[in-house]
Write a protein that binds this ligand. Sequence first.
Ligand code: GTP
Ligand code: MG
Length: 273
Amino acid sequence: MEANMPKRKEAAKSLRIKVISMGNAEVGKSCIIKRYCEKRFVSKYLATIGIDYGVTKVQVRDREIKVNIFDMAGHPFFYEVRNEFYKDTQGVILVYDVGQKDSFDALDAWLAEMKQDLGPHGNMENIVFVVCANKIDCTKHRCVDESEGRLWAESKGFLYFETSAQTGEGINEMFQTFYVSIVDLCENGGKRPITNSSASFTKEQADTIRRIRNSKDSWDMLAVKPGASRDEVNKAYRKLAVLLHPDKCVAPGSEDAFKAVVNARTALLKNIK
Ligand code: GTP
Ligand code: MG
């Protein structure tokens, strides 16, 4: 009996987890995993066919974690293969290419695919998601900036990292934080711990920043009709200023949105008698 004790204690501290990668084809999912596990980068594109599977061991605090990684193919053609693999997942690496806006816009569809395959009883709340804004080494082609990606991720309570599988930037930090969060989740009875970032801004603030980014002109930005009066412009401005003032709002992109609103108001007032 005594002789069994240390073994049982060890077993209690070890943990087996399943993580999957998700995101459009060619965004760099396999390269991110390769960079972390094999410390190398392959520049030739070798599309994943269906699923690649690997096992790795990591240490988080006093626990040994056995990680089963399922690296999914991003091509729509492989949907039938992918849909078998969503269940019983503790962590998702959700990847987009910062030079491909489509791959960023597709993130919602990836979540929807997973949700659909988990079925009505599947719970996305007990899964840790990390968003990788990948290929940050390709600075010339970048079209999704950090605040846009971070806002999307953090407003959903997801982790966010800027990564380059090519240079290795952000990769180790991303995996470390990801695994620690999964262990925290397992130790927290399967509930995602509240992160500082997810609790620090409201959905209204996030939605407003996104709306301002996508607005077509100054009227649109202040959400007033073209030809609105000075009073209406000022009223709309004050409302947005209260919502987005840098002293009050820490959402990613809030500072730029606030500046844009100030400029829009100035531009409109110049032309209203
Ligand atoms: P699928 O398996 O088809 O879903 O694609 P994937 O997301 O696994 O992409 P993969 O990792 O195979 O990478 C696609 C291409 O992007 C390859 O040519 C890689 O060399 C390149 N690539 C991946 N990550 C980076 C990166 O961080 N920087 C640069 N410059 N290229 C990258
Ligand atoms: Mg791949």
